[in-house]
Design a protein around this ligand. Structure first.
Ligand code: SF4
Length: 212
């Protein structure tokens, strides 16, 4: 028998799928990470070129490993030996068949909020790759857009900062100071209302907490 959290997640997911469809997304709900991995692999034809933005979620569900081990043309910035190579790889990502990412937050009515330091991730989600698959843990869902922006700024960003060697105030006390540091990972804040062209974005909503 499902526990109360599972029942709630299922109901919330149904509402979200409906709202995302009205915003021209293809959207699926997977109860577990395992199912989400299966769904993502099912959606990406073998031989496709793939790339991704930095994402704890994609690692947690095992998707990055599956893509690296599978029959895909992988553009992975982390394989670059120099900054020049990293830039070249990032530019290739704009022309890939499938770009993978999570989001920093999503409102219950289907608006996404993403924050980015260098901008490559929000840029590729916005334009370029043929398809974009967004894997979203249920913990990223917020009541409305204001709450989603707040989550992205005050929860996701300070935690993400801790992954990098940067000089920002949040690294010291874990809270956002709305800084103007040159190292800020919050240079670009994207609010995405719709998928355009329709269905370019595919959302896999997962009934588990994933990422930050
Ligand atoms: S302190 Fe700066 S880098 Fe840290 S979360 Fe706030 S705006 Fe982003």
């Amino acid at each position: 028998m499902e526990n109360p959290a599972e029942i709630r997640n299922e109901k919330l997911a149904q509402k979200l799928i409906k709202n995302l469809s009205q915003r021209h997304y293809d959207a699926y709900y997977c109860k577990t990470s395992k199912d989400a991995l299966k769904k993502a692999i099912q959606l990406i034809p073998q031989g496709s070129s793939v790339s991704w933005g930095g994402s704890a979620t994609l690692n947690e569900i095992g998707l990055i490993k599956a893509l690296k081990d599978g029959i895909y043309k992988v553009y992975d910035r982390e394989n670059s030996a120099t900054q020049k190579e990293k830039r070249e790889m990032s530019l290739k990502a704009f022309d890939c068949d499938y770009y993978l990412s999570s989001v920093n937050a999503m409102s219950e009515d289907g608006v996404f909020v993403n924050i980015d330091g260098s901008g490559n991730r929000v840029a590729a989600i916005t334009w370029g790759p043929e398809h974009v698959i967004l894997v979203v843990g249920i913990n990223k869902i917020c009541q409305d857009v204001d709450a989603a922006i707040k989550r992205a700024r005050s929860t996701a960003a300070p935690i993400n900062t801790a992954r990098f060697d940067v000089k920002t105030p949040c690294i010291i006390d874990g809270t956002c100071h709305d800084c103007k540091s040159a190292d800020s990972i919050c240079a670009y804040v994207s609010i995405q209302r719709l998928s355009r062209p329709a269905k370019r974005h595919i959302v896999i909503l997962v009934g588990e907490d994933l990422g930050y």
